[in-house]
Structure formats: structure tokens, C-alpha cells
Design a binder for this molecule. Structure first.
Ligand code: RB5
Length: 143
């Protein structure tokens, strides 16, 4: 199950990603927002990240205008490693090296076609499992 959420700045791109998930029979839960009126991105970061931490969802996708605010908010949640990616290499590398469990995107930064390729790389790349990466990930965690 993929958790997806956005503020108004990411709403349109969220709808495009939802179409991609539907077309690829990928199960998801849409945590909002559900319209283009003004919404606060930390609210949606918390909803999706809590679902990931509680294991209701295996991964999350968060979108705001730039992807910056929502990724900052996501990374405040213990256990979340959110990666703001606007290219495919980063999306693949953050899965392999950081075992990122949340992808953040900027709806005002990337067009839908690139965004869907980024999502595809993020969802279809496994963590390498290398000891050196595990050691570094463990060093990220705070109390
Ligand atoms: C909303 O206008 C905008 O500030 C938000 O979507 C995001 O870009 C914040 O980082």
C-alpha cells in the first residue's frame, strides 16, 4: 500500500500520480488534500508519514509546490527518510543507498511525465542492503 498526500500546490500532480497508480494496479490510499483550496502541507506530511511508520503503508509519496516544505515536515517524523527528488537518478539512488520510505515532489517544479518516471524509479528500486548503508542509516536516527 502506498500512502499519497499533497497540499494545494501538489494537488494536480497528485491526481496524475493517482492515475499512474490506478493504471499499474498499485494499491494506494489518498490522504488528501481533495481540492485546490489552500491547505497546509505539514498536515498531509504527518498523515502519510504516520501511516508509513504504523506500517499501514510501505511507502509514501508527498507533493507540495516545491516539495521542500513537505519534505522538511516529513523528515521530522521519527522513522521517516523522505527524499526530495526531481530526477530519476536520485529517486533510484535514494532507495538503494538511503532506503528512503517517502518520496517528495514539487508540483510546480516537475512536469507530470518526468514525475511519473521518478515515481516509477522510486517504487521499483530495492534497498541495496549493504552493511555500509545500513550503518549510515542507523546513524541518522534520533531519540
Ligand atoms: C504553497 O503555496 C507552497 O508554499 C507549498 O506548496 C510548498 O511549496 C512549500 O514548501
Amino acid at each position: 500500500m502506498i500512502g499519497i498526500g499533497s497540499d494545494h500546490g501538489g494537488y494536480q500532480l497528485k491526481q496524475e500520480i493517482i492515475k499512474y497508480l490506478d493504471n499499474n494496479q498499485i494499491q494506494y490510499k489518498d490522504y488528501g488534500c481533495y481540492d485546490e483550496s489552500s491547505h497546509d502541507y505539514p498536515d498531509y506530511a504527518k498523515k502519510v508519514c504516520n501511516a508509513v511508520v504504523n506500517k499501514e503503508c510501505q511507502k509514501g509519496i508527498l507533493i507540495c509546490g516545491t516539495g521542500i516544505g513537505i519534505s522538511i515536515a516529513a523528515n521530522k517524523v521519527k522513522g521517516i527518510r523522505a527524499a526530495l527528488c526531481h530526477d530519476c537518478f536520485s529517486a533510484k539512488a535514494t532507495r538503494e543507498h538511503n532506503d528512503a520510505n517517502v518520496l517528495a515532489l514539487g508540483g510546480r517544479i516537475v512536469g507530470p511525465e518526468l514525475a511519473l518516471m521518478i515515481v516509477d524509479n522510486f517504487l521499483n528500486t530495492d534497498f541495496s542492503g549493504d552493511e555500509r548503508h545500513i550503518k549510515r542509516i542507523n546513524k541518522i536516527e534520533i531519540d
